[in-house]
Design a protein. Structure first.
Length: 291
């Protein structure tokens, strides 16, 4: 596998603007689809051996599974709103229908347990402000350290104000250890453009002598970065353009996120306690009400 950054528009489907399977990524556990649906349009999700989240990025949706239907209030935008969402276990068929037109993310992972479908209210999303000074970001946890139990699937979204760096200090999670858990990782990017243009960001991944990898890429809306191993970061939001990314992670063990910093840059984390949070954060969080 050599294509670690997949440009927007390469999904190969009219229904999906993004479609990255484990097979396409050249690995085993994690994948993502992003569907663009007009009001009233549907997509069918046959989970098979995988577990999924149905996570609205824009718009509201209904999810029909096992003879029951649940409405997701969703959100108007990823920029300042958080959404309710739905967990689909392996071995089910679900129909996702757009109540209002929009974009819905379907992150997924190879499952290791038989679980039940579950509606997840917005109140269960935990929001964290991380970093300090020019390393500030906001993380919203959909299946990382919150009430939802998955067998392997970890999903978090991050907003980085323009001019700040996130996924920094560079860190990795590609082997098992007391402070590290092996996880494949996907970044799905959006950038808040303006009247001058769509904006940009930068993403980097680099490896070790034993497992080399080298990625330094200009990122735009809809692009996807794959991190099979190695140190990853920073994701640098260009001044004037806020950066959003959805992280999807999974590995051979359970749903636990542990990583270690590159020792050359880990000292930066020690500066967070005495630094200041960016005044643009929290990013106008407006939690939608439970359906």
């Amino acid at each position: 596998m050599t294509d670690y950054v997949l440009p927007a528009g390469t999904a190969g489907h009219d229904e999906f603007e993004t479609d990255v399977s484990p097979q396409k990524a050249g690995w085993t556990y994690s994948g993502i689809r992003v569907a663009v649906l007009d009001a009233g349009a549907s997509t069918t999700v046959e989970t098979g051996d995988y577990e999924y989240l149905v996570l609205p990025l824009e718009g509201s949706y209904s999810v029909e599974v096992d003879g029951a239907t649940r409405t997701l209030n969703g959100r108007d935008t990823i920029w300042g709103e958080i959404s309710d969402y739905f967990f689909l276990p392996r071995g089910v068929t679900a129909t996702v229908t757009a109540v209002s037109g929009g974009r819905v993310a379907l992150p997924y992972a190879l499952a290791a347990e038989d679980l039940e479908p579950r509606y997840c209210p917005v109140e269960e999303v935990t929001v964290e402000l991380r970093g300090a000074d020019y390393l500030c970001r906001q993380a919203s946890n959909y299946s990382v350290g919150n009430a939802l139990h998955t067998s392997r699937l970890l999903v978090v979204e991050v907003i980085t104000p323009g001019g700040c760096w996130s996924s920094y200090p560079p860190h990795k999670h590609d082997e098992e250890g007391p402070d590290e858990h092996e996880l494949e990782e996907i970044y799905y990017f959006q950038i808040k453009g303006n009247e001058y243009g769509p904006g940009m960001a930068l993403h980097a991944t680099y490896g070790t002598d034993e497992r080399p990898i080298s990625v330094a890429a200009k990122i735009g809306t809809g692009d996807v970065a794959l991190v099979p191993h190695g140190w990853h970061g920073p994701c640098a939001a260009a001044p004037g353009y806020d950066l959003y990314y959805l992280n999807v992670m999974a590995g051979p063990g359970g749903a636990e996120w542990k990583s270690v910093d590159d020792p050359q840059y880990g000292w930066l984390r020690d500066t967070f306690a005495d630094g200041k949070m960016d005044p643009r954060l929290p990013y106008q969080v407006d939690k939608k009400k439970e359906a």
